[in-house]
Design a protein around this ligand. Structure first.
Ligand code: HEC
Length: 129
C-alpha cells in the first residue's frame, strides 16, 4: 500500500516538473531571435539587389536605415549581454552609420559599404551565437 502511494506521488511530482519545464522553455524570450531574423531579412534584400545588379540609391538607403534602426535596439533586446558583445554591437552601429552616410548609389559602392557591416555580424556570431 505504502509503495503504491509513493509511486503515485512520484508520478505526480514528475508530471508537475515536466509541466513547469515545458512552460519555461516556451517562455524563452522571443525578442533576440526576432530582432536577428528581421536584421537578416534586410541584409538579404541587399544581397538580392547586388545579385540582380539592381542597386538603386533610394532602395539601398531604405534597407540600410532599417538595419541601422534595428541595430539601435540591440542593447535593449540583449540587456544582460557581456561587455565584448556590446562593443561589437557598437561597431555594427557605426559601420551602419557610415554605410548610410555613404548613400551607395551602385552595386560596387553598396558592396564596399556592407563589408564592415558584415564583419561586425560575423564577429559577433562567431563569439556569441
Ligand atoms: C552583437 C552581436 C551580434 C551582431 C553584431 C549581429 N548578431 Fe545576429 N545573432 C546574434 C545572436 C546572439 C544570435 C542568436 C539569437 C537567438 O537565436 O536567440 C544571432 C542570430 C542571427 C540570425 C539567426 C536568427 C534565427 O534564429 O533564425 C540571423 C539571420 C542574424 N543573426 C543576422 C545578423 C546580421 C545580418 C547581422 C549584421 C547586420 C547580425 N546578425 C549582427 C548576435 C549578433
Amino acid at each position: 500500500m505504502r509503495a503504491a502511494l509513493l509511486i503515485v506521488l512520484g508520478l505526480v511530482i514528475g508530471i508537475i516538473g515536466t509541466v513547469f519545464t515545458m512552460r519555461a522553455l516556451s517562455e524563452r524570450n522571443p525578442f533576440p531571435e526576432a530582432l536577428m531574423v528581421t536584421m537578416g531579412f534586410h541584409r538579404h534584400q541587399l544581397q538580392q539587389a547586388v545579385k540582380g545588379q539592381r542597386c538603386e540609391a533610394a532602395a539601398n538607403l531604405d534597407q540600410l536605415q532599417h538595419m541601422q534602426m534595428i541595430a539601435a535596439d540591440i542593447p535593449a533586446v540583449f540587456p544582460d549581454a557581456p561587455q565584448p558583445f556590446n562593443e561589437i554591437a557598437t561597431h555594427l552601429r557605426s559601420a551602419l552609420q557610415s554605410a548610410t552616410q555613404a548613400a551607395p548609389a551602385d552595386c560596387p559602392a553598396l558592396a564596399a559599404a556592407l563589408k564592415p557591416v558584415d564583419e561586425a555580424c560575423h564577429q559577433c556570431h562567431q563569439q556569441f551565437r
